[in-house]
Write a protein that binds this ligand. Sequence first.
Ligand code: APR
Ligand code: ZN
Ligand code: ZN
Length: 362
Amino acid sequence: MTHEVRGVIAPGKGAKVELTTIVVPDPGPGEALVRVQACGVCHTDLHYREGGIGDDFPYLLGHEAAGVVEAVGDGVTSVAPGDFVVLNWRAVCGECRACQRGRPWYCFSTHNATQKMTLTDGTVLSPALGIGAFVEKTLVAAGQCTKVNPAARPEVAGLLGCGVMAGLGAAINTAPVTRGDSVAVIGCGGVGDAAVVGAALNGARTIIAVDIDPRKLDWARQLGATHVVNSRETDPVEAIQALTDGNGADVVIEAIGRPETYRQAFYARDLAGTVVLVGVPTPDMRIDLPLLDVFGRGGALKSSWYGDCLPERDFPVLIELYLQGRLPLDAFVSETIGIDGIEEAFTKMERGEVLRSVVTLG
Ligand code: APR
Ligand code: ZN
Ligand code: ZN
């Protein structure tokens, strides 16, 4: 059996998104059919639309989602119909060399659903990040569903599926920030602000938020930054040093993905400090640093894939902390919109007016 539901596709490079009918198969072995309740609008969706990620149009957009499992295929035991789940785009395989070494958050062979979702004429869709969730029902690998406490609002829970987890995880998993650390976060969009929240959660003493947009700095302060630096007006390296007794921060998180801000991160950390790159660069970007500085300053230069999260370990805990009022995730939902509001949400995102617009589905 198949299901015909409404969903949003990117039909071709640079073309506006379209709301259309999507054909979703019933789950086969190892798969789950999920009724999507909420899905955040992420930069990656816009990158897909613009052809920046690949040329496998049409794409079924959306990937920061939460919903309820409607059906599961043969052999699925991890989730059952009725479960409230957050979708993730790194369902670990358990067999690759990273998984076998006990580091499944690095899994090199993550998987998605085997069957394809299509248009009514049979055209096969490429789901964004192997999910595709601006759609009333989606088909994923069962491992892409992580069961969490259903008391959480779907608009909030879904955000753990991508950007918010990336930022939180950069701080709590990759760095990891420890109690008493000084932390600077360069770039305070949804990802950077989540890193601010993660740094606070792990007990950072000083949290310095750096951005060029005063509105973003206000939000970062509300989310736990102890100091803010407008790097359009002030040299951020000097400012971070001045706020850390002249030393630099123990951890600097770069949440933009640009060479000039990576350089700032590199020089704004204390000796033996850690830089975490969670912003995603483009293929043309290069960085030139004196190798002697790389050696002489010691410490660690890390990148953070999806916050180095392990969904089944991290999502349920973070949802519990949210429900206990210890993780201010509501602030990341700037607005809820209908499934027909995605182009408008892209515009607001490009203007920096929102942390996240979240599509809610009936
Ligand atoms: N210096 C300081 N801040 C900057 C600079 C700069 N040169 N350029 C941009 N910014 C700020 C913006 O003002 C914005 O607040 O960086 C922030 C980036 O935030 P968003 O555009 O909202 O992006 P976000 O969703 O947070 O993602 C950040 O992480 O996952 C990746 O692909 C994602 O690379 C992107 C990054
Ligand atoms: Zn693996
Ligand atoms: Zn995303």
